[in-house]
Design a protein around this ligand. Structure first.
Ligand SMILES: *[C@@H]1O[C@H](CO)[C@@H](O)[C@H](O)[C@H]1NC(C)=O
Ligand SMILES: *[C@@H]1O[C@H](CO)[C@@H](O)[C@H](O)[C@H]1NC(C)=O
Ligand SMILES: *[C@@H]1O[C@H](CO)[C@@H](O)[C@H](O)[C@H]1NC(C)=O
Ligand SMILES: *[C@@H]1O[C@H](CO)[C@@H](O)[C@H](O)[C@H]1NC(C)=O
Ligand SMILES: *[C@@H]1O[C@H](CO)[C@@H](O)[C@H](O)[C@H]1NC(C)=O
Ligand SMILES: *[C@@H]1O[C@H](CO)[C@@H](O)[C@H](O)[C@H]1NC(C)=O
Ligand SMILES: *[C@@H]1O[C@H](CO)[C@@H](O)[C@H](O)[C@H]1NC(C)=O
Ligand SMILES: *[C@@H]1O[C@H](CO)[C@@H](O)[C@H](O)[C@H]1NC(C)=O
Length: 814
C-alpha cells in the first residue's frame, strides 16, 4: 500500500478524502491557492509523519488546533502559507516533531478571532479590557522536546519576551532561525541548554545598539553557521566574535562595520565561507588571512577597500591561495595593476573585481586559471591588448564580464577559444572592424554585449542562427551594415535585442513574438511598418514591452494594429517619415507609459481612444501636422502624465480647462500651434511645477523594465535618450505656450509655479500687465528662462523682477 503521496492540482477547500488515505505517512501539498480552511478530516491521518503545506494561502486563518493531534508528525512545514493570528498551543502536543517551520506567515497577532472580520478597522483600543486577550506566549514550544529544526522567521512575537527561555528548554535543537523579527536586543541567558545548536540565523533584525555578543552565544562552541546579515551591527560587536573557533559559515553582510578587518579573524581557522559584503570596511593587514586555510568563499564586495589591497590577499599564504574557490571584491576602490600572481589562485572558480579602479594590462597568468568559471572585471580602467594567451587555459570559463575597460582584443581570425561561454560582455572593447569569427564556436551563448566595439562589417550569416538562444543581445553603437533577414526567430524566454545606432538598412525585420524589448533606433531602416505591426501570432500574443524604431527613414501610415501588442510599455516611432492618422487601436494599450511619435508627418485629430491609455507618463506628439482641438478627455483620464508635448502641430480652439487636472505635469509644451482664448488661471495648480526637484529618479521612469541585472548595459542603450532626458525630464520643469493666438492677461496664478525652470509665453496676443507677484518665481532660484516677448503687454515692469536672480534669459516686450 502506498504510504507516501504528493497531492497536487486541488482547488477546493476540502483537501483530503481521509478514508482513502488513512495510512499515509507523508502529505505534500505543493503551491496552489488553497484559499480556504483545512478540513478536520486530516485528523484521520493518525500515522502522518510529514505534513508540508508551505507556499499555499490560507487567507489569514488560524492554524487549526487539530494539527496538534497529529501525534506522529515529525515534520511540519507551514512556511509562507498565509496563516494568521495566534499559534495554537496544541502544537505543543506534537512531541515527536523534529522539524517545525512556521516562517513567513502573519502569525502571532494578538487580536482575538472575533475582531478579524472588521476589515476596515484602523485602530482598536481595548484598554482595561485585556483579560479576554490571549497574550503571546511560547510555553507550548518547550514541550517539543525532539525538535531539531525551528524556523520562526517573520513570526510576530511582540509579546513573547520569553522566546529565549523557551528555546533553552529544547536541548536537541540544531537549527534555529529567527530572521525578520525586528528584535533590537538578544536576551541574556545564564545557563545554556541547547549546546548542540549548530546553525543560528538571526539575520534581518535590528541589533544596532548591541555592543557585544551575549556570552551565551559565545559559549555555543559547536556553532557551525552564524547568520547576522542585515542587522546594522557596529564594530565593538565584532571583537567578541573572533574566538568562536568552530564557525565554518559566518555571514555579516549589510551591517555597519568600518575600518580595518581585525587580524583576529585569523582565529576562525575552520571558516569555509565568510561574507562581509556591504559594510564600510577599508582594508586589512598583511598577515590577516594566512591561517584561513579552509576558506572557500570570501565575499568582501561593496565596501571601501582601497588601493593595491588585492596584492596583500595574494601574498597571504599558499594554503589560503590554494583553498579559495570564490573571491568577490566588486564595488570597492581597488586601484593599481592586477597583480601577476592572480594566476596562483589555482582553484578559483569565481572572481569578481567589477566596479573598481584597476588599471594596466590583464596579466597573462590569468590564463592559468583552468577552474575559473566566472570572471567579472567590468567597469575598471584596464588597458592594453588581450590575446589568445590570456585565455589559454580558461577551459571552464562560462561568464566573461569585462565591459567598460580600454581593452583591445587581438586574436587570430581562426582562433578556437578553449571555452564555451554563456555570457560575454565586452562593451567598449576595441574588437572591430571585422566581426569576431570565434563567436561562431560559442554555441551556448545566452547573453552577448558587443556594443561600441568598432565593428563595421556586415553581420555574418551564421550570426542569427547563433543568437537564436540568446536572451540578451546588444550590438548597438557600432557601424554594422547590411540588412537583417525577414523574420528573426529567437527561442529563449523573453529576449532583449538592442541594435541601435548602427548602419542597418533595408525593410524593417520582424522578430518572433517572445521578444520583450527591441531597439532598432538610429539606423537606416526604410519603408512601411505595416508588416511589422500587423503580423499576427498564432496561439499567443506578442510579448513586446519596449519598442524603439526612432531615427530611421520609415514611411507610410501607422496601421491600426496596436491590439496585437497588448503588453507595450514604451513606443518610440519618432524621427521618421510616418504619415496618416494615429490609429484608434492605440487605445488598447492600457499598460503604455510612454508614447513618442515626434517629428513625423502625422495628421488628423488625436483619437479619442487615447483616453484608454490611463498609465501614460509621457505623451510626445510634437512636430507633426496634427489638428483639431486638444481633447478634454486628456485632462480627465491621463492623470499620470508627466510630460505633455504637442509642440509644432496645427491644434486650434481654446486650451481645455480639464488639462489643469494633470497634477503630475512637469513639462507642458503647447507651443507653435493655433491655440486661442485665454491661459487658464488653474494652470497655477500644477503642483509639481510649484516645488523644487533636485533629482527625480529617472529609473522610476523605466520601472517597468526589470533589466537591472544588466544595469549599466541598459544605460548604454538608453544613452542617447538619457542625455535627452537628463536635460528634459530629470532636471527640467517647463511650460511653453509660445507662438499661438492666446489672448487676455497673464494669470497671476502662474507666479505660484516657483519650481519652473522655463516659462515661455512669447508670440501671442497677451495684454495687460506683467503680474506684480512675478518676483515670487525667484524664490527657489531655479527659474532660468522667462520670455513674454512679442505680445501686447503694457504697464511698468514690476519691482519684483529684481529678485529673479537665477535668470539667464529674459525677454519681456519688444
Ligand atoms: C518549508 O518549505 C519551504 C518552502 O517550500 C522551504 O523553503 C523550507 O526549506 C521548508 N522547511 C523545512 C524545514 O524543510
Ligand atoms: C493538547 O494540548 C492542549 C493545550 O495545550 C491540551 O489542553 C490538551 O489536553 C492536549 N491534547 C492532547 C490529546 O494531549
Ligand atoms: C534545560 O532543559 C531541560 C529539559 O528541557 C529543562 O528541564 C531545564 O529547565 C532547562 N534548563 C534551563 C536553564 O532552562
Ligand atoms: C586568537 O587566538 C589566540 C590563541 O589562539 C588568542 O590568544 C587570542 O586572544 C585570540 N584573539 C581573539 C581576538 O580572540
Ligand atoms: C570565548 O569568549 C567567551 C566570552 O568572552 C568565553 O566565555 C569563552 O571561554 C571564550 N572561548 C574560548 C575558546 O576562548
Ligand atoms: C595549461 O595547462 C596545461 C596542462 O594543465 C599546462 O601544461 C600548460 O602549461 C598550461 N598553460 C598555461 C598558459 O597556463
Ligand atoms: C541556420 O539554421 C538553419 C536551421 O537550423 C539552417 O538551415 C541553416 O543552414 C543555418 N544557417 C547557417 C548559416 O548556419
Ligand atoms: C477603450 O476602453 C473601452 C472600455 O474599457 C473599450 O470598450 C474600448 O474597446 C477601448 N478602446 C480601444 C480602442 O481599445
Amino acid at each position: 500500500m502506498a504510504r507516501r503521496i504528493v497531492i497536487g492540482g486541488l482547488e477546493s477547500s476540502v483537501i483530503i478524502q481521509p478514508d482513502m488515505l488513512s495510512s499515509l505517512t507523508l502529505v505534500i501539498i505543493p503551491i496552489m491557492n488553497l484559499g480556504g480552511k483545512i478540513s478536520p478530516s486530516l485528523l484521520e491521518l493518525k500515522q502522518l509523519k510529514y505534513l508540508d503545506l508551505s507556499g499555499n494561502y490560507f487567507g489569514g486563518n488560524q492554524i487549526p488546533e487539530f494539527v496538534g493531534s497529529l501525534k506522529s508528525l515529525k515534520y511540519l512545514n507551514l512556511s509562507d502559507a498565509g496563516f494568521g493570528m495566534m499559534i495554537p498551543r496544541q502544537l505543543g502536543n506534537l512531541s515527536r516533531l523534529s522539524y517545525l517551520d512556521l516562517s513567513r506567515n502573519d502569525l502571532g497577532g494578538t487580536i482575538p478571532h472575533q475582531f478579524s472580520n472588521l476589515t476596515k478597522l484602523i485602530q482598536l483600543d481595548l484598554g482595561g479590557y485585556n483579560n479576554g486577550l490571549e497574550v503571546d506566549n511560547l510555553q507550548w514550544l518547550s514541550r517539543l522536546s525532539s525538535l531539531n529544526y525551528l524556523d520562526m522567521s517573520l513570526v510576530n512575537l511582540a509579546m513573547a519576551t520569553d522566546w529565549l527561555q523557551v528555546i533553552n528548554m529544547l536541548p536537541s535543537l540544531l537549527d534555529f532561525h529567527l530572521s525578520h523579527r525586528e528584535l533590537s536586543n538578544i536576551p541574556i541567558l545564564h545557563l545554556v541548554n541547547f549546546t548542540s545548536l549548530s546553525n543560528l540565523d538571526l539575520s534581518n533584525n535590528n541589533f544596532n545598539s548591541l555592543r557585544r555578543i551575549p556570552n551565551w552565544l559565545l559559549s555555543l562552541q559547536g556553532l557551525v553557521s552564524l547568520d547576522l546579515r542585515y542587522n546594522s551591527i557596529q564594530d565593538p560587536f565584532l571583537d567578541s566574535l573572533w574566538n568562536m573557533s568552530s564557525l565554518r559559515i559566518l555571514r555579516l553582510s549589510r551591517n555597519q562595520f568600518q575600518g580595518m578587518i581585525s587580524d583576529a579573524i585569523g582565529n576562525l581557522t575552520s571558516l569555509t565561507d565568510l561574507d562581509m559584503s556591504g559594510n564600510q570596511l577599508e582594508g586589512w593587514k598583511r598577515r590577516t588571512w594566512e591561517n584561513l586555510c579552509n576558506l572557500k568563499q570570501l565575499d568582501l564586495s561593496h565596501n571601501n577597500f582601497k588601493g593595491e589591497i588585492l596584492g596583500l590577499l595574494i601574498n597571504s599564504s599558499q594554503c589560503f591561495m590554494d583553498s579559495l574557490v570564490s573571491l568577490d571584491l566588486e564595488s570597492n576602490q581597488l586601484s593599481g595593476h592586477l597583480p601577476n600572481e592572480v594566476g596562483n589562485f589555482k582553484n578559483l572558480k569565481f572572481l569578481s573585481l567589477r566596479t573598481n579602479s584597476l588599471s594596466g594590462p590583464i596579466p597573462k597568468s590569468l590564463g592559468h586559471l583552468s577552474n575559473l568559471e566566472e570572471l567579472h572585471v567590468s567597469q575598471n580602467s584596464l588597458k592594453g591588448v588581450v590575446s589568445e594567451i590570456h585565455f589559454a587555459n580558461l577551459t571552464s570559463l562560462k561568464i566573461l564580464d569585462a565591459s567598460s575597460n580600454s581593452l583591445d582584443l587581438k586574436v587570430n581570425s581562426n582562433w578556437d577559444p578553449p571555452f564555451r561561454l554563456q555570457i560575454i560582455f565586452l562593451r567598449s572593447w576595441k574588437i572591430g572592424p571585422k566581426f569576431p569569427m570565434w563567436l561562431q564556436t560559442q554555441k551556448g551563448l545566452e547573453a552577448l554585449d558587443l556594443s561600441d566595439t568598432g565593428i563595421s562589417e556586415v553581420l555574418p550569416t551564421w550570426f542569427w542562427n547563433l543568437s537564436s538562444h540568446i536572451s540578451y543581445l546588444n550590438i548597438s553603437c557600432n557601424q554594422i551594415i547590411g540588412e537583417i533577414p525577414g523574420l528573426v526567430k529567437m527561442e529563449s524566454f523573453c529576449p532583449i535585442i538592442f541594435l541601435r545606432s548602427n548602419r542597418f538598412s533595408g525593410p524593417l525585420p520582424s522578430f518572433s513574438s517572445n521578444v520583450t524589448a527591441l531597439d532598432l533606433s538610429n539606423n537606416y531602416f526604410s519603408g512601411s511598418i505595416s508588416h511589422f505591426l500587423c503580423r499576427k501570432v498564432e496561439g499567443s500574443v506578442n510579448k513586446l514591452e519596449y519598442l524603439n524604431l526612432s531615427g530611421n527613414t520609415l514611411s507610410g501610415g501607422i496601421p491600426n494594429c496596436w491590439m496585437n501588442w497588448p503588453l507595450l510599455v514604451l513606443i518610440n516611432l519618432g524621427n521618421n517619415n510616418l504619415t496618416g492618422n494615429i490609429p484608434r487601436s492605440i487605445g488598447s494599450l492600457t499598460q503604455l507609459l510612454s508614447l513618442y511619435l515626434r517629428n513625423n508627418n502625422l495628421f488628423g485629430e488625436i483619437p479619442s481612444s487615447l483616453r484608454n491609455c490611463t498609465s501614460l507618463n509621457v505623451l510626445d506628439l510634437g512636430e507633426n501636422e496634427l489638428f483639431g482641438r486638444i481633447p478634454q478627455g486628456m485632462g480627465l483620464d491621463l492623470s499620470d502624465l508627466w510630460v505633455l508635448d504637442l509642440r509644432s502641430n496645427r491644434f486650434n480652439g481654446s486650451i481645455p480647462l480639464e488639462l489643469c487636472q494633470l497634477v503630475s505635469l512637469q513639462i507642458l509644451d503647447l507651443a507653435d500651434n493655433n491655440l486661442s482664448g485665454t491661459i487658464p488661471h488653474c494652470f497655477g495648480d500644477f503642483s509639481v511645477m510649484a516645488e523644487k526637484h533636485d533629482t527625480i529618479d529617472i529609473s522610476y521612469y523605466y520601472s517597468s523594465f526589470y533589466y537591472s541585472d544588466f544595469g549599466d548595459e541598459v544605460w548604454c542603450m538608453l544613452r542617447g535618450r538619457k542625455a535627452k532626458y537628463s536635460s528634459t525630464l530629470r532636471l527640467v520643469t517647463s511650460m511653453d505656450l509660445s507662438n499661438n493666438c492666446l489672448s487676455g492677461e497673464i494669470p497671476k496664478e502662474l507666479t505660484r509655479l516657483i519650481g519652473l525652470m522655463s516659462l515661455n509665453l512669447s508670440r501671442n496676443h497677451l495684454t495687460g500687465k506683467i503680474p506684480e507677484e512675478i518676483g515670487d518665481m525667484g524664490k527657489l532660484g531655479v527659474l532660468e528662462i522667462l520670455d513674454f516677448s512679442v505680445n501686447n503687454l503694457s504697464g511698468v515692469i514690476p519691482q519684483g523682477m529684481a529678485s529673479l536672480t537665477s535668470l539667464n534669459f529674459l525677454k519681456l516686450v519688444i
